[in-house]
Ligand binder design. Structure first.
Ligand SMILES: NC(=O)c1ccc[n+]([C@@H]2O[C@H](COP(=O)([O-])OP(=O)(O)OC[C@H]3O[C@@H](n4cnc5c(N)ncnc54)[C@H](OP(=O)(O)O)[C@@H]3O)[C@@H](O)[C@H]2O)c1
Length: 318
């Protein structure tokens, strides 16, 4: 089968298409003929080996040769002990532990997969598991009339998060670069900020909830952005910023009547299927920026990593 592989961290031109053996599912695993894999910032981070947490699987060289976690496709074979799926089932899920979605076939533990609703295409379904789970959990504390800010709102998770927070009745501010301002408005943001021009932590009106997809500032700046009783949660960003939030952030929050912390995103169908249900009913819209064939995975990753994508980028291996 064809797979996009790499052997060291670096630029997209290190990726190449190779013929590799079709993998055999072990106990509890499902083999999926991959129809679509959406690109996440975590794929770009895994390619670059940066931030440092992207090297958890392999310090000097990548632990997995093929990236791509958000897969959708058809079950082709199942390993011993698999009970929820059989050959021919249409499935989707976030295969973060094994990756391998930029290939014609991928192995995934059955626990990460869900049955794909017939109403969604494979490409649409592949956009939901990781970005939808982040957005669902990151906006869970939004309430009617609350002021919510999403930093990095023009990307994959952000476009879901804006819609979910709006659905809960919040006033939503989206922060991203100038090219994404119209896009953030089009998915429902009430107010938008270009992060090159303005610093949201210096806003005259603080926020009740900040969901930060790209943390990089000091804990004190985040505390300043919060109204009394407000909550700041980051899910990604520089390791330095994440460590500061985990340590100093907690204390600063406690001492000032706010909550500053890291959101450890729970994975699995229970955490993304609620978003899928809203996509099926049309309450949340899926925004696919572009689709790419397997041979163009380097371009697809660069489009996300270099910040040109509006919404989700999808690769279609077969
Ligand atoms: N905690 C967990 O368990 C977990 C699990 C999976 C993923 N993650 C993390 O969750 C995040 C999800 O990101 P995603 O997939 O939605 O990424 P994405 O699609 O790339 O969106 C990120 C957006 O942030 C923008 N951005 C970059 N720097 C910014 C800044 N300083 N201020 C404001 N916006 C900025 C980017 O635009 P430009 O770069 O073009 O400016 C881009 O539009 C990633 O950081 C990933 O590592 C966490």
């Amino acid at each position: 089968m064809k797979a996009v592989v790499y052997d060291r961290y670096g630029a997209p031109d290190l990726l190449r298409v190779e013929d590799v053996p079709v993998p055999t599912p072990a106990a509890g695993q499902v083999r999926v003929e991959v129809a679509a894999t959406s690109v996440n910032l975590s794929d770009w981070e895994g390619l670059r080996g940066s931030p440092a947490y992207a090297r958890l699987g392999g310090l000097r060289s990548p632990g997995r040769r093929t990236l791509g976690s958000d897969i959708a496709g058809v079950v082709d074979a199942v390993g011993p002990g698999v009970t929820r799926f059989r050959a021919g089932d249409e499935v989707y899920g976030d295969n973060l532990a094994l990756m391998g979605g930029f290939a014609e076939y991928a192995l995934a533990p059955e626990s990460v997969l869900a049955h794909k609703p017939a109403q969604l295409s494979f490409a649409e379904a592949s956009t939901i598991p990781q970005a939808g789970a982040i957005a669902w959990q990151g906006t869970a504390r939004a309430t009617a009339g609350s002021r919510v800010l999403i930093n990095g709102a023009g990307g994959g998770s952000g476009s879901f998060a804006i819609q979910l927070a709006k659905r809960l009745g919040a006033h939503v501010t989206g922060v991203d670069n100038a090219a994404k301002q119209d896009f953030m408005r089009s998915v429902g943001a009430d107010h938008v900020i270009d992060y090159y021009r303005d610093d949201f932590t210096k806003s005259s009106r603080p926020f009740d909830l900040v969901l930060d997809l790209v943390a990089g500032r000091s804990v004190f700046a985040y505390r300043r952005a919060l109204a009394p009783g407000g909550t700041y949660r980051c899910v990604g960003g520089t390791v330095r910023a994440l460590l500061r939030v985990l340590t100093v952030g907690w204390a600063v929050g406690r001492l000032t009547g706010r909550s500053v912390g890291v959101l450890v995103v729970q994975e699995g169908p229970a955490h993304f299927e609620p978003v899928t249900d809203l996509c099926v009913t049309g309450e949340v819209r899926i925004h696919i920026d572009r689709t790419f064939p397997l041979e163009e995975v380097p371009d697809a990753l660069a489009r996300v990593g270099e910040g040109r994508a509006l919404g989700k980028v999808v690769v279609t291996p077969s």
